[in-house]
Design a protein around this ligand. Structure first.
Ligand code: ZN
Ligand code: ZN
Length: 408
């Protein structure tokens, strides 16, 4: 139930007509006032701006018609219930069988895991609304608030998010995106359908976050002309024959999963992303050589880059280098300087130590020696769980590069 924080109105008694303060009492049937600031101060400020002598009842009315900062509904409109934001969901697996589908997700906003179950018809199509088998489909359930919400509280209805499901009309939906949209997720409907081949190349000047998930794109063009503000890009199962160009100078975070093509566009993207902080990939399978150079780079996580033979890293702020299940890495270089970025570093900068994850890898001797020779490199404390088959191609000794150096 929604409840007002009446304690915030105590100061009203200081006005010329102090008797008004006693006229505002919480109804007996109301729940106890929420510890969450209900924004009464904002309502008071608005009412004061209109007329400093407005009765408290008017203040309460103003309050009730203001929108909740979390869900956008009126403050007087029931409880605050927010579904998990689509762009913050992590797919943690699906199971199909016995006429049902079970789809599990983890939410980055609230940290909860949940599983939805749908009945399937004979053709495997979902019937009716899914039911929640475990966890909850709600990211937040509680009292409304006028906020402002803490910057890291992402449990909210995102007003400038477009969640596009890739059905037969997906190209029309992409073309109709609001020009001011900030977050876009394009995702498969029930199945990955390689007959649906949209293009994502339209100008979206304010777009900051783009997720292209399990859709057989024909072309993706993200350039300073189309998406100059793009900060985060996530791609999953974009097909090898997709024509991709990513040149976005504001990029901070990139995640690529299941990309079977070569590294051409990936390297070009890296070369045009001087502010990149995090690069995270899983099964970037045919990338043979990659060069990372960035003054802001903190995380480079290459998991199952099966064919990666040569890697160069200049990253004075690096904290983690993931090489899990790198089966072919022979050449690993850590250049001491960069022709452009080195000059931009403060003279006092001390390069950070970084953890290296080499679980299930198969490193060449030269690559292992490069790790041993780098005084910043430590064995990482954590590794990905990985598929059971991942270790089949691993060297039994590759995870011992630091032991061999005598540091343990
Ligand atoms: Zn709300
Ligand atoms: Zn959530």
């Amino acid at each position: 139930m929604y409840s007002l924080d009446y304690s915030r109105f105590d100061h009203i008694g200081d006005s010329d007509d102090s008797s008004q303060a006693s006229t505002v009492e919480p109804p007996a049937e109301e729940e106890a006032p929420s510890a969450e600031p209900a924004g009464a101060g904002v309502a008071r400020a608005i009412a004061d701006a209109l007329n400093p002598r407005l009765p408290d009842a008017i203040v309460l009315c103003v309050h009730a018609f203001l929108p909740c900062a979390r869900c956008g509904a009126s403050m007087a409109d029931g409880g605050c219930r927010v579904p998990h934001p689509p762009h913050l969901l992590v797919d943690t697996g699906s199971v199909f069988g016995s006429g049902e589908s079970r789809k599990s997700h983890s939410c980055r906003a609230c940290g909860q895991d949940y599983t939805m179950v749908s009945r399937l018809d004979a053709a495997g199509n979902e019937l009716g609304a899914p039911r929640c088998e475990s966890g909850t489909p709600l990211c937040f359930s509680g009292a409304h608030t006028l906020g402002p919400l803490a910057a890291d509280d992402e449990r909210r209805v995102w007003r400038d998010l477009a969640d596009v499901v890739a059905d037969a009309d997906v190209q029309d939906a992409i073309d109709a995106l609001d020009a001011d949209v900030r977050l876009v997720k394009v995702r498969s409907a029930q199945w990955y359908d390689d007959s649906i081949t949209p293009t994502f190349a339209r100008p979206l000047a304010r777009l900051e976050v783009l997720q292209l998930i399990d859709v057989a794109f024909r072309r993706v063009a993200l350039t300073p002309e189309t998406t100059p503000a793009l900060r985060e890009l996530e791609m999953q199962n974009v097909p090898e024959d997709c024509e991709i160009c990513v040149r976005c100078p504001e990029l901070r975070k990139v995640a690529i999963r299941y990309y079977p093509g070569d590294e051409g566009w990936v390297q070009a993207m890296l070369d045009h992303a001087p502010k990149l902080r995090t690069f995270d990939s899983y099964k970037l399978q045919r990338a043979r050589q990659l060069q990372f150079a960035g003054p802001e780079l903190e995380v480079i996580d290459l998991h199952r880059t099966d064919c990666l033979g040569a890697l160069s890293v200049w990253a004075p702020r690096l904290r983690h280098l993931g090489l899990q299940a790198a089966y072919s890495l022979e050449v690993l270089e850590f250049p001491e300087t960069h022709p452009v970025y080195s000059r931009e570093l403060p003279a006092s900068h001390v390069p950070t130590p970084f953890g290296v994850n080499t679980m299930n890898s198969c490193l060449g001797e030269a690559a292992k020696n490069a790790l041993r020779a780098n005084p910043r490199a430590r064995r990482a404390a954590a590794a990905h769980r990985g598929m059971p088959t991942e270790a089949m191609f691993a060297s039994a000794t590759d995870d011992t590069w630091e032991d061999d150096a005598g540091d343990y």
